[in-house]
Design a protein around this ligand. Structure first.
Ligand code: B3K
Ligand code: ZN
Length: 870
């Protein structure tokens, strides 16, 4: 393949031709699948341009135009296009081509893995199946006849409703028809042998929808939760968004070989089995919650993505930001809103802020793309969801839903832009979002300085703000953003003070706000209010503020908003680590902080919130406070902070741990909010106790041995391994013995060891790559062992460069095999300039080694070029 060149958002042109209907006949064969693709095509507008179809890694056999077979001189084929000079304005074109699904290890297009034929077309995989206008603004009605290789493949699936089935020359076939016009990226077919879980859902209009969940043989006992989640998602979307499912059948297939989490193909979702299969013995509470969230996400795409799709790939956040927002709301309505919000904030701070500060920084609607697969990022997805959430904050639920309704009315069945979404929100609410649009235009994390004062005479709160947006690649100059800032105020004793306004809108670089309130009711004459800003993380910004410790402790204990309470604690921890690193000393804990933690542990606060509050920020989050990331001292001080807290609090911690442990022992495992929260706290306490000293080793041992569920067993293993406890090896071996061969479960075991901070970690990761359950062909194994290792700040960044070399070598091996997975692994090298000179040199060396590969994949090429550019 020739190297790809950059595409720019500004160069968008409407398609020269459209395709109204597609008739596919797919004759599946392990090594030589034949596709006969008949398209009804129409010229768009007045022009005489040739028809240029996309096609890659496929063999052209024949081209037929209006029943007339073409000579090879009538068309031109390159390794990425098929060009045909056509005179007619409306015509039927049939293209016949072949491909080899067995050699497709990139898992893009049509591939065969462990006996299952499967497709993945987003973003540009359909062109690896047949020649086509493979772009999201060409919407066609698909009819797909799939002929299985033999009777060994009883389940033959594609999008829409099945309209015919039978047998041809001993081979079973099924024909599917999808009545909803769709872009090619939503095409799917699956063919294999599965166990099937069936159910039904009755829509609020009274229509019955058949629900089918296909899983690998023998896995029915792990599929219940996915089905329950699907039904919950269907109900929730009706109730909260008024959106109802449209086909008679909804199918989900779980496969073991899949590059990402799942794919929202119309009526036929394909899922990574990790986001379907779990029962209490094999899956953790977090697995169950992830399944609910991903099942919801793909289902919600049926409206936000499929019925209303993207005009071009620069608009990806149109569907992804919005759908992530919707899945976050789904999880929050069904479970704990506070816990969900805090977890989402953590993702932004530890991953998105880093991306925003690095060489691949891009606005949520990028302007320039080489390899589209590189733009399925935390920025497009998670910052994109924050941008939608800010609109929700500015408009309120009623206004936001009014905007949604107008958006759906206007654009159902069309391929549209982020601008169309913002316009619908504006028009439905009579608001002006001119400035707000900068969130779509500007990359980089805004930084907001906040100073507060109290005017005793006027009884008025004064809030001074200054916002800056840093320069990012290709965007030197930035303009101020429209930033919603939620605020609340408290007396020093924690009592809430009623304010005249709780939502301020920042729109200029510097602003002063004067806020009235019922101060006298709460404050003694010598007291000043304590102000909490960015409650509920109301904007994805970094806040700079000098707030006295005493005020932080008040907010930690008393802020109404649970996110702000959690955040105050995080700031207290972070500032200690940052100060220690900056002054080259070792972190200290003082009585005030210890007492605050002690009060929290013994309080009747939601145990999940206690757990989250006690979980220290990770090194990546702390690293964002530095220009040059001094990784050794950050890691060292975080470890010390945890040890100090454990040493001061082990008495309180072990008492609470024992109380929860005993309570949970009394009953069977339940996947209830209450029990999930208790297990979460129990297991965070266990991780502290394990570093408190050898006295507590028996706790992880007992919990591991007696666990009736994976949440407790894995937590015991992790506490022991990550706490470098003396029983770590025993537990690692016991887990291997119990679960070897059960690949999804073994992924947890790989990941736990990849994240261990010991001198032997790198050697161990290399050994684990030879474990019978490991394989470089399977993305899940690579993510659990190797991508996890890149998150191990202490060992990936080990001073001798051994961590870099390990991952660099793997990327080289994956370049030809699976570039999308290789590209994920290289992300951790992107911010090489943020580290010290020695590490910079070592990381750059790996980047240059990879860059020198013959046939460097465009995925890697784009990231390396951006990161090496000045
Ligand atoms: N839309 C897919 C992601 C496709 C990634 C292609 N490299 C899953 C999702 O966001 O729902
Ligand atoms: Zn999505």
């Amino acid at each position: 393949m020739s190297q790809k060149t950059a595409k720019y958002r500004k160069d968008y042109q409407a398609p020269k031709f459209t395709i109204d209907t597609v008739n596919l006949v797919v004759e599946l064969d392990k090594t030589n699948t034949r596709i006969t693709n008949t398209m009804k095509i129409k010229r768009q507008g007045e022009h005489s341009d040739a028809l240029v179809l996309d096609g890659e890694h496929i063999e052209l056999e024949k081209v037929v135009l209006n029943d007339q077979a073409l000579n090879t001189s009538d068309y031109t084929v390159t390794d990425s296009t098929l060009t045909i000079e056509v005179e007619q304005n409306e015509f039927t074109l049939t293209v016949v081509n072949t491909l080899n699904p067995s050699t497709n290890k990139a898992l893009e297009g049509l591939y065969l893995a462990e006996g299952t034929f499967c497709t993945q077309c987003e973003a540009e995989g359909f062109r690896r199946i047949t020649y086509y206008l493979d772009r999201p603004d060409v919407l066609a009605t698909f009819t797909t006849k799939v002929i299985a290789p033999s009777a060994d493949y009883p389940h033959i699936l594609a999008n829409g409703n099945s309209v015919e089935h039978g047998e041809e020359e001993g081979k079973p076939f099924v024909t599917w028809h999808d009545p909803y016009p769709k872009p090619s990226y939503l095409f799917a077919l699956v063919c294999g042998d599965f166990d099937l879980l069936e159910d039904t859902f009755v829509t609020r209009e009274g229509r019955e929808v058949a629900l089918q969940l296909f899983v690998d043989k023998g896995n029915l006992d792990r599929s219940e939760h996915a089905m329950v989640s699907l039904k919950n998602a269907m109900r929730w979307d009706e109730e909260r968004f008024g959106l109802v499912y449209d086909l008679d059948i909804y199918m989900i297939v779980a496969v073991d070989f899949f590059n990402m989490g799942a794919m929202e193909n119309k009526g036929l979702n394909v899922f990574n089995s990790k986001y379907v299969l779990a029962n209490p013995k094999t899956g953790t509470d977090q697995d169950f919650l992830n399944i609910e969230s991903v099942i919801g996400h793909e289902y919600f795409h049926n409206w936000t993505g499929n019925r209303i799709t993207c005009r071009d790939w620069f608009q990806l956040s149109l569907k992804e930001g919005l759908t992530v927002f919707r899945d976050q709301e789904f999880s929050s309505d069904l479970g704990s809103r506070a816990v969900n919000r805090i977890q989402n904030v953590k993702v932004i701070r530890s991953h998105q802020f880093t991306e925003d500060a690095g060489p691949m920084a891009h606005p949520i609607r990028p302007d320039k793309v080489v390899e589209m697969n590189n733009f399925y990022t935390v920025t497009v997805y998670n910052k994109g969801a924050e941008v939608i959430r800010m609109m929700h904050t500015l408009l309120g639920e009623t206004g936001f839903q009014r905007g949604m309704k107008l958006y759906v009315e206007r654009h159902d069945g069309a391929a549209v832009t982020c601008e169309d979404f913002v316009k619908a929100m504006e028009d439905a609410n009579d608001r002006d979002f001119t400035l707000f649009r900068r969130w779509y235009e500007q990359a980089g994390t805004p930084s907001v300085e906040v100073e507060t004062a109290f005017d005793t005479d006027k009884q008025q709160l004064i809030i001074n703000t200054r916002q800056t947006v840093p320069a990012t690649p290709g965007q030197a100059e930035k303009r101020p953003m429209h930033i919603p800032m939620r605020i609340s105020a408290y007396a020093p004793n924690g009592n809430r003070i009623v304010l005249a306004e709780n939502l301020l809108e920042l729109t200029e670089e510097r602003q002063s706000f004067y806020v009235n309130g019922e101060f006298a009711a709460q404050l003694a004459s010598n007291e000043e209010p304590i102000v909490s800003v960015f409650d509920d993380f109301s904007a994805p910004v970094k806040v700079q503020r000098d707030l006295p410790e005493a005020a932080m402790l008040t907010l930690m204990a008393h802020a109404d908003d649970p996110v702000s309470r959690w955040d105050a604690a995080q700031q207290l921890f972070t500032s200690r680590v940052v100060d220690a690193v900056k002054s080259q000393s070792t972190v200290e804990v003082d009585k005030a902080l210890v007492d605050a933690c002690e009060r929290l542990i013994t309080s009747d606060t939601d145990p999940a919130l206690i757990a989250l509050t006690l979980t220290l920020p990770n090194a990546a989050t702390v690293g964002e406070y530095f220009e040059t990331i001094e990784i050794d001292t950050i890691v060292h001080n975080l470890r010390q902070l945890k040890r100090h807290l454990a040493e001061h609090l082990h008495g309180t911690m072990s008492a609470r741990y024992a109380a929860i442990y005993d309570e949970l022992q009394q009953r069977d495992y339940r996947l209830s909010g209450e029990d999930i929260a208790l297990r979460q706290l129990q297991n965070v306490l266990l991780s502290y106790l394990t570093v408190a000293g050898e006295n507590y080793v028996n706790l992880s041992q007992t919990q591991f041995d007696n666990a009736t569920n994976m949440t407790d067993r894995l937590a015991a293993l992790q506490a022991s391994v990550w706490g470098n406890a003396s029983n770590a090896i025993t537990l690692v071996e016991a887990f291997d013995q119990q679960w070897r061969g059960d690949k999804l479960v073994m992924d947890k075991w790989f990941q736990t060891q990849a994240l261990a901070d010991t001198d032997g970690t790198i050697a161990n990761v290399k050994t684990l790559m030879k474990h019978p359950d490991f394989s470089l062909d399977n993305p899940n194994r690579i993510y659990s062992l190797l991508a996890a290792f890149t998150q191990n700040s202490a060992r990936f960044h080990q001073f001798d460069g051994a961590g870099y070399a390990l991952i660099g070598d793997v990327i080289c091996q994956l370049n030809d095999k699976n570039p999308q997975v290789a590209s994920r692994l290289i992300s951790s090298f992107m911010s090489w300039r943020r580290y010290d000179a020695e590490r910079q040199a070592l990381m750059k060396q790996q980047l240059e080694k990879i860059q020198a590969l013959p046939n460097l994949a465009s995925d890697l090429q784009e990231k390396i070029e951006n990161s090496l550019a000045a």
